[in-house]
Ligand binder design. Structure first.
Ligand SMILES: [Zn+2]
Length: 421
């Protein structure tokens, strides 16, 4: 099948797929998992010995394990050294068109020291494109769309979406903002896709751009930032696509609620409290580099009330951040006290009307607050911190305040922990 036809077929398949209720979804998932396990046990050396066993018997996977078993795990005979070399060369030259036997090789952008390599076949790429389009296009796939896509790397994954009616322009975030804005105003995009820090940058020019839809990717979209972006672009909803190299995990519905994409992934939930969980995902559609019981490093917050859209896919309150970004304090009675990123975020926002900030826990456990606020705000922050330390019974760490600035070549992380575990 040609690549455009593939995209269209996938788009139609998912656009029109509706599940009557949760039971219908679960029985569909069961079938898909069965097919996927049959495939991997006959094509991946790593999974060969699991033939006939239920999913729950399969080992948990993570980036480290996946890289360590790269050659045995993938089903397309790609070798890790070769793939890594190609990915690094592309990144260096910023030319992402080269492939290994119809397989696109990419590097995951994670902030952790071990970077992952991901493999996507041409067919998977088309499916990915069709799937994303089924989730984000507000009209028909045959309408005309101008899409502006801001990315740190232009994996040729994204170019597969371009066709005669969907015109896709890639913006390299390493280019100067002025150049990008000029290009953007010329393009007049209907859809703008970018990470929240980029969308915040674009707010000043929102009136010149006026897209119909704004989509946030790659970083946590903070409530406060969402409000700013909504206001600037004159919209009620900022759509989010929670996409990682391991798959397209969640998208926003028309009510602005993020739902897990349970029509392509099965998600096991490793609960941290009554609503926070770490997702362990099994993707039904990826076969080149199977994603089976892959434990992500993210904390998701489940939404308890059903979403008015009526979808039976798990609804999320928000994507809270990385598991690594949990703050760890010394307890008053020995031991350690862990505090989720969201509580640290609120700590800052309770101090007053703060727009730009970052709060970082250092390797030693001290707190660094980056913002441009006065002494009264610092006092308020300290009062809030004392209250929290009292409640949670931890020793107040050393705190230092610094001016705020943001290095655009990095991911914007407002809440970050570097504490050694
Ligand atoms: Zn919904």
């Amino acid at each position: 099948m040609s690549n455009k036809l593939n995209i269209l077929m996938t788009y139609l398949k998912y656009k029109n797929k509706h599940f009557k209720d949760r039971d219908a979804l679960e029985s569909y998932q069961k079938k898909q998992i069965g097919k996927q396990l049959d495939f991997v046990t006959s094509h991946s050396k790593f999974y060969e010995s699991y033939k006939g066993r239920p999913l729950s018997d399969y080992p948990l996977m993570d980036k480290k394990q996946m890289m360590a078993n790269f050659d045995e795990l993938n089903t397309v005979g790609t070798n890790r050294e070769e793939a890594m070399k190609l990915a690094i060369d592309s990144e260096r030259s910023r030319d992402f068109s080269e492939k290994l036997n119809h397989i696109t090789v990419g590097l995951s952008s994670g902030t952790s020291d071990t970077r992952g390599i991901f493999l996507v076949s041409d067919k998977e790429k088309d499916m990915w494109a069709g799937y994303i389009l089924s989730k984000v296009l507000y009209g028909s796939i045959l309408d005309k769309y101008e899409v502006a896509f801001f990315m740190r790397a232009n994996s040729n994954l994204y170019e597969s979406v371009s066709s005669s009616n969907i015109h896709f322009v890639f913006y390299d975030i390493y280019q100067s903002v002025e150049d990008n804005i000029r290009k953007l105003i010329d393009q007049k995009p209907d859809i703008v896709v970018g990470q929240p820090s980029i969308l915040l940058d674009l707010c000043r020019y929102a009136k010149d751009i006026r897209p119909k839809k704004v989509i946030s990717i790659a970083e946590v979209l903070e409530d406060r930032d969402r409000e700013v972006i909504c206001k600037a672009f004159g919209t009620d909803v900022i759509h989010q696509v929670y996409q990682c190299t391991e798959g397209c995990l969640a998208t926003t519905c028309e009510y602005g609620t993020i739902h897990l994409n349970e029509d392509i992934v099965y998600v096991e939930k490793e609960y941290l409290d009554d609503k926070r969980f770490i997702p362990v995902i099994t993707d039904f559609t990826r076969t080149s580099q199977p994603i089976i019981r892959y434990r992500l490093n993210d904390i998701l917050v489940e939404r308890k009330e059903p979403c008015p859209c009526g979808s039976c896919f798990t609804a999320l309150e928000r994507i809270e951040g990385r598991e690594d970004d949990v703050f760890v304090f010394d307890g008053r009675n020995d031991g350690k006290v862990t505090v989720f990123p969201d509580f640290m975020r609120r700590l800052v926002l309770f101090s007053g009307d703060v727009s730009d900030y970052r709060i970082v826990q250092t390797e030693q456990g001290d707190l660094e607050v980056y913002w441009n606020e006065d002494d009264a705000m610092k006092d308020k922050f300290m009062t809030e911190l004392k209250k929290m330390a009292e409640d949670r019974e931890f020793i107040i760490p050393r705190v230092s305040f610094h001016g705020y600035s943001f290095d655009r070549s990095k991911k914007l992380k407002r809440v970050e922990s570097r504490r050694k575990r």
